[in-house]
Design a binder for this molecule. Structure first.
Ligand SMILES: [Fe+2]
Ligand SMILES: [Fe+2]
Length: 281
């Protein structure tokens, strides 16, 4: 498989006709990728099949990870072991998104667009995927909400009008995508166990494809002015996420390096094409 790097610009304004074409194509893509949504049960039929297949072929790595140090790291203690840093970044990666999605799902408002049935449910699966990733090393954790400051920000956003909310959400999706790309780029940490690497790659790529879809979906919903605002907001949102998950900065070689990655946002071409089947830039 050849990976040709391409830069997908999440803030490039699109002509109106192209925006609605992408929204239609994305909905078709979601229906095919996710299957039937069940809002009550919070499931997607194709994702259930994905997990059934995973459960049938579990992998327990021989790589030893200190479960106590992992638990301490989840509680906020600093760690230095790079494998632990990676696993903690993964375990905390979708706390913010998941918290926001739970607020929306619990409120139970009818979705604005049909896509909004699928996108929040995908986030529910991201938690499950990340649990599965940690389980490879015998690590367990329960979903914890993000720190109080971030919770307040997310709750405030939930109550804001869409024109204010969407640019911030776009920044969150872009930062999330860059974070999952970073985790993929650092998989060599586990190279002593090629099977673990393969499984982690498969799990993380499935999240990255979703996240790239969320990025493109958000972009298609925002006009020129909103996208300009989003581009300006990006470093602030990205540094907020680094503050919440210090392991991300550790993994990237510093907060600034991570923010540069977020601003550059390069993704492997083949993943970008999958997620934006409706057209990569
Ligand atoms: Fe996510
Ligand atoms: Fe997302």
């Amino acid at each position: 498989m050849t990976h040709i790097a391409t830069i997908f610009d999440p803030f490039r304004p699109l002509p109106t006709a192209e925006r609605s074409r992408q929204l239609d194509a994305y909905l078709a893509f979601l229906r095919e990728r996710d299957g039937e949504p069940d809002m009550q049960a919070r499931t997607l039929s194709e994702r259930e099949r994905f997990f059934d297949a995973l459960d049938q072929a579990p992998h327990r790595s021989s790589i030893e990870i200190d479960a106590n140090a992992f638990a301490d790291g989840l509680a906020g203690a600093a760690v230095t072991d790079r494998r632990l840093v990676w696993l903690l970044a993964a375990a905390k990666a979708n706390r913010g998104e998941r918290y926001g999605v739970d607020l929306v799902l619990d409120k139970g408002d009818p979705p604005t667009l049909p896509h909004d049935v699928f996108v929040p449910l995908e986030e529910v699966y991201h938690t499950r995927i990340l649990l599965d990733a940690c389980a490879i090393f015998g690590l367990e954790f329960t979903f914890e909400p993000p720190p109080a400051r971030t919770r307040r920000l997310i709750a405030l956003m939930e109550r804001s009008p869409e024109w204010m909310r969407l640019p911030v959400i776009l920044c969150g999706e872009v930062t999330g995508a860059a974070l999952f790309q970073l985790l993929l780029d650092e998989l060599d940490l586990f190279k002593d166990d090629p099977e673990a690497v393969a499984r982690l790659r498969m799990l993380l790529e499935s999240i990255l494809v979703d996240e790239l879809g969320h990025v493109a979906y958000c972009r298609a919903r925002i006009g020129r002015t909103g996208l300009r605002a989003a581009r300006a907001l990006l470093p602030t949102v990205a540094s907020g996420i680094v503050t919440d998950i210090p392991e991300v900065a550790q993994l990237a070689g510093g907060a600034d390096r991570f923010i540069e990655r977020v601003k550059g946002f390069e993704v492997a071409h083949d993943i970008g094409v999958q997620a934006t089947a409706f057209r990569p830039d």
